[in-house]
Ligand binder design. Sequence first.
Ligand code: TRP
Length: 346
Amino acid sequence: MTDTTPRYTGPERVLSGVQPTGRLHLGNYLGALKKFAALQDQGRECLYCVVNMHAMTMPHDPKELVATTRSIAAAYMAAGVDPNKSAIFAQSSVPEHAELAWVLNCVGRMGWLERMTQFKDKAGKDAERASVGLFTYPVLMAADILIYKATHVPVGDDQKQHLELARDIAARFNRDFYKDEIFFPQPDPLIEGPGARVMSLKDGTKKMSKSDPSDLSRLNLEDDADTIAKKIKKAKSDADVLPETAEGLNDRPEARNLVGIYAALNNQSVDEVLAEFGGQGFGVFKPKLADVAVEFFGDVSARYRELRDDQGTIDAVLKQGAEKAREIATPVMDEVRDLVGYWRAS
Ligand code: TRP
């Protein structure tokens, strides 16, 4: 039987976004930023957005939002995203995101959004008091992706459900307004790989988080080399030697986390790391991990601290990125306006 499913024939395009809330840490670096740079270096067209409009879905301080928006742009660059290859921009500076979000609000269904676990987690018990924006957050995220007809979206594990929603919205739009042909492609999440899930340095069963009260639980993007080394040395481990293969890490969350961090930073597989360190204890492994962390993450953090203070450069990058992004977004939005029947002067 021949497959008659229409296939998307447009260009491959990568889009992702990071919220400018709070400080970034090793988990954000390995789970997102480092992958953003790698995708760019594979020669793909990449757009990396600072999703400042999403940051308004929870109470926020306007002054702080401007500053954190710039600091995320600095973090992208520190991690190796090159503003001359990839677009680095603020979501709010491309108004087509918001405009498409309205259209998609009318495509998505209440029932789809009511299933979103992130809303339930963030709204907590008093969901009646949550902002409407928090509820439609995933629709704006779908607009971020679809306004560029992005085909690949590097995200953390926790965003998988939102990506599925974006796919459902794309399909429904195509069905309702494009005769079931492909106007919006189905965006594919890119989730796997070493570093996809970095856990707390103090509890290998909890994700590394900016809201953990213990600063020793994470490596912050702004930590200097000494702090990084100190935190690795104080990280929780266990009394056993490291196993020879990855299966041996199964019931050892702290050991698994530290080996995973080493592998991700050093661009190795977990098995390669264990081939080197299997049979050794943490007395040997931790100093090596500290060296690797200082060499790779310390390098990013030094660049970050330098760039963060260079507002002129950051603003120029954000401006250039917005122009690049709008070149793609404008014609797509024009087509959407026609497809949904917006009036325009003839
Ligand atoms: N919701 C994402 C997060 O919290 C951030 C985000 C917003 C995003 N828009 C996006 C990620 C579009 C990928 C693509 O991590």
